[in-house]
Design a protein around this ligand. Structure first.
Ligand code: NAP
Ligand code: ZN
Length: 411
């Protein structure tokens, strides 16, 4: 049940901007899908003797585990170091030494209370990547040394319709998010801007060796959040796809949609990003500045994925849809500033306005396999955790190129 990827050279954690793109263009690769369910992890349960003699387990034990993160103590910030404990291993838990965590705009929405009141102190971060150091007694998919990622969810009810269909993000009984969410024991979850986490193995993603851990982080949220709707709306060869906003999600959407065979058009508000958009795989780039004339692009797109946060003018974007085409909004703005769509905007071309939330665990594993197969990596900038406030400012200013990733080893 493992997707085996062979490439000319191994992945690394360098995170250099050009490695991502040269990877997509230059690698020669073959993928051997050993069984259905590409990307699913194999059975890796250590023998009792292995488990007993495992040095990592001896070193880390069964917890609770000391952890250290950067937390907000109010919505005004700044982040400050917080020492805390992760829970002791349950039978199905894995303990993960975190190496990297991507910085998502959702972290900022939570931290700044754009969506709701939050409980502080709050450690955000839901693009986790690291190495398993200890496993509970019933864990079957991972062992100490496994390279893994964790995204936006760490639990769900497991038995409702969406959960059974592998769409835990739509759990009818409420899933447990990686941070700012009530955990099974009633405590609030704390996220990945930290050194350690303990997570049920069913919510842990296997990271193949060809993907560096720094690159794996942003796949866990940015990658899956765009992959899921691109699949849902059947993006592929012969389809023209618009991507609004060239940020963390948007740049992954361009790379993934291009790899799916679609013709990609980017709508950016930043003229400085035009060349990057083309390098990531866009055929057409529209600089959507106030007053720009978009009329020549009317009815040109089969699907639009809008990743821009905050309220923006959808009346300029919707006319670009062909008859019956859908605009899927994954960006999420301030709760007090909802989007507006006029009464005639959608009816002219029988268009649909839709949305989508991250992706399921199986689907995330599939996305990781897709990225491995197609040489897709996020374009990242590594930062130390001391730079997190500065990084948040740059993200809001549209100055990230294109995902900040916290190097937790530097903590
Ligand atoms: P990001 O890295 O900041 O990228 C967003 C991009 O949108 C910016 O680079 C910019 O691109 C454009 N943009 C920013 N502010 C804008 C504004 N006021 N008006 C118009 N365009 C603007 O953010 P991200 O991490 O990709 O996240 C994007 C959004 O998706 C956030 O709202 C986040 O909370 C949401 N999100 C949703 C899900 C989900 O499950 N649906 C999951 C993750 C994230 P240009 O410079 O190219 O214009
Ligand atoms: Zn996110």
């Amino acid at each position: 049940m493992r997707t085996k990827i062979e490439e000319q050279r191994p992945g690394n954690d360098s995170g250099a901007d050009d490695s991502a793109d040269s990877g997509r263009r230059g690698f020669i690769k073959t993928a051997v899908v050993a069984a259905a369910g590409a990307g699913a992890v194999g059975l890796l349960k250590p023998s009792p003797a292995e488990a007993a003699s495992d040095p990592a387990k001896k070193r880390y034990g069964d917890g609770p585990y000391a952890a250290e993160g950067v937390a907000l103590y109010s919505s005004a910030g700044p982040h400050k170091v917080m020492k805390f404990q992760r829970r002791a291993l349950g039978p199905k838990d894995v303990a993960i030494q975190l190496h990297y965590c991507g910085v998502c705009h959702s972290d900022i929405h939570h931290g700044r209370e754009h969506w709701r009141k939050e409980n502080f102190p709050l450690i955000t971060g839901h693009e986790l990547a690291g190495v398993v150091v200890a496993v509970g007694s019933s864990v079957s998919k991972f062992k100490p040394g496994s390279r893994v990622g964790v995204g936006c969810m760490v639990n769900s009810c497991r038995h409702c319709g969406p959960c059974e269909a592998g769409m835990e993000q739509y759990c009818e009984n409420g899933n447990v998010f990686t941070y700012a969410s009530k955990d099974r024991d009633g405590s609030m979850t704390q996220g990945g801007y930290s050194t350690f986490n303990v997570v049920d193995e069913d919510f842990v993603i296997d990271v193949p060796d060809v993907i560096g851990l720094a690159d794996a982080g942003p796949m866990m949220c940015a990658g899956i959040t765009v992959y899921s709707p691109l699949r849902r709306w059947s993006v592929g060869p012969g389809r023209k796809v618009g991507v609004v906003g060239l940020g963390g999600l948007g740049h992954m959407a361009v790379k993934i949609a291009a790899a799916m065979g679609a013709e990609v058009t980017v709508l950016t508000t930043s003229s400085a990003k035009v060349e990057d958009a083309r390098r990531f795989g866009a055929k057409t780039v529209i600089v959507n500045e106030p007053g720009a004339d978009l009329s020549k692009f009317k009815r040109s797109l089969d699907f639009i994925l809008d990743t821009a946060p905050y309220r923006h003018d959808l009346e300029r974007i919707i006319p670009l849809l062909k008859l019956d085409a859908t605009l899927c909004m994954v960006g999420a703005g301030k709760i007090v500033e909802p989007h507006q769509i006029g009464p005639f905007s959608l009816l002219r071309n029988r268009n649909a306005f839709a949305s989508s939330q991250i992706g399921g665990i199986r689907e995330t594993q599939e996305l990781v396999g897709f990225c491995a197969l197609h040489g897709i990596r996020p374009t990242i900038t590594k930062i130390s955790r001391e730079k997190i406030d500065d990084a948040w400012t740059k993200v809001v200013d549209k100055a990230a190129r294109y995902r900040f990733v916290i190097d937790l080893a530097a903590a």
